[in-house]
Design a protein around this ligand. Structure first.
Ligand code: ATP
Ligand code: MG
Length: 374
């Protein structure tokens, strides 16, 4: 019998097998010890879309609880400029009340500490009171709070500054022991620091959810497949890493499509193309269409060349290609440099010293090569 698909291609779904991340887990564990025995140093986890922030935070929650420290996971929804920081702080408090075990009964009393009509300056006072009361109710040596997707607070960016002010106030430092772990996209975090520079100095420790390494991807896939009755051919396993570069979400999605194309439990090279195609279409809907829409038509012409070349291309090579050969076309050659720099600023291409420009995500590159219109 073949088991149902064990892969988890969904934002926020914890993988069946959590791969890699050993240094990050070690850092967290030692942070936890320091927080319990000395002083908490609050952490920020940075990562792009689908890089594994939520999953890492959930591992942190598990480790905290294993060590007898209660932990609350708080998913932060998107706020707009019509919202106030107090509303965001209130949401965080609500999520904390729901997230910590045994706090339910006290919930009402704790949240009554918030008078929503009050002005912004009160958010700080109210959150301080809340943390002190919550701390008493928790009755622990250390409590961990995981705030996922803080980039959603960007329109009420002073929320993070309020959090900083509260956590660095004397009362809170003396009377409580909370360890906060935030996650954010790098761009979101850069925007906070830009607007409120003490934030960057306060949340000093950063972890990045980079792509998984080749061996980590292989091990994750093999262990996820274990006991399912499905085996991936060697070429398929190699290709998964080559095409995804170890991007966690892409790995799960591609592996999930491959799994679904098993014949008698085997996934052979002939299954590759159609699974890749389905994966690219889904990634297009999820994200790549949006990414590509950031490029102008001229910029798309250049992206297409990069996608076909599959290696870095210099400005000089671009210019030559536009003049002679199969890609020669009417193109404002003098502006190639500007177009490329703009693509770089939009995060669509990267520049490698001396070698020119390239598309960092091989899957996005493949998407362009197959689906971007002429
Ligand atoms: N360490 C890991 N090992 C294996 N799979 C992982 C790992 N981390 C994340 N994944 C998988 O990758 C996908 C994305 O993970 P996750 O939702 O944690 O990322 P995220 O950075 O929070 O994404 P988003 O930008 O959508 O919030 C999920 O399908 C998850 O199961
Ligand atoms: Mg997430």
């Amino acid at each position: 019998m073949i088991s149902s698909n064990p892969f988890t291609p969904q934002s926020g779904w914890e993988p069946k097998i959590f791969g890699g991340r050993n240094p990050e887990l070690e850092i967290f564990k030692s942070n936890l010890d320091d927080a319990a025995n000395a002083r908490p140093s609050h952490l920020v986890v940075l990562g792009e879309w689908g890089a594994g922030k939520t999953s890492l935070l959930k591992q942190f929650k598990r480790i905290s609880q294993e060590n007898a420290f209660p932990a609350a996971f708080c998913a932060i929804s998107r706020f707009t400029e019509k919202n106030k920081a107090l509303e965001a702080i209130h949401l965080i408090a609500e999520e904390m009340v729901l997230g910590f075990p045994k706090i339910d009964a006290l919930q009402k009393g704790l949240l009554d500490l918030f008078a929503k009509r009050k002005s912004l300056s009160n958010a700080q006072v109210q959150f301080t009171k809340f943390l002190r009361e919550l701390w008493k109710a928790l009755d622990t040596k250390l409590a961990v709070v995981l705030l996922d997707d803080t980039q959603n607070l960007i329109e009420v960016s002073n929320t993070i500054d309020i959090l900083r002010a509260v956590l660095s106030s004397d009362d809170i430092i003396k009377e409580t022991r909370f360890l906060f772990i935030l996650s954010s996209t790098p761009a979101g975090w850069a925007a906070f620091i830009d607007k409120h520079d003490p934030v960057g100095r306060f949340f000093r420790k950063r972890l990045n959810t980079e792509n998984l390494k080749e061996l980590e991807v292989m091990a994750t896939i093999d262990m996820t497949l274990k006991g399912t009755g499905v085996v991936f051919d060697e070429m398929i396993r190699k290709n998964i890493f080559e095409y995804t570069g170890g991007h966690p979400y892409e790995v799960q999605l591609l592996a999930s499509h491959l799994y679904d194309s098993q014949i008698e439990g085997n996934v052979k090279p002939q299954a590759w193309d159609s699974a890749l195609n389905s994966t690219l279409k889904e990634l297009g809907r999820d994200y790549f269409e949006y990414l590509l829409s950031k490029a102008s038509d001229r910029e798309k012409d250049l992206l297409k060349i990069l996608a076909e070349e599959k290696k870095p291309v210099t400005i000089k090579d671009f210019t030559t290609m536009m003049i002679v050969g199969k890609r020669a076309k009417k193109f404002p050659i003098a502006n190639i440099k500007n177009f490329l720099y703009r693509l770089e600023a939009k995060g669509l291409v990267k520049r490698s010293e001396g070698n020119g420009f390239y598309i960092p995500d091989p899957m996005f590159s493949e998407f362009i090569a197959r689906f971007a219109l002429e």
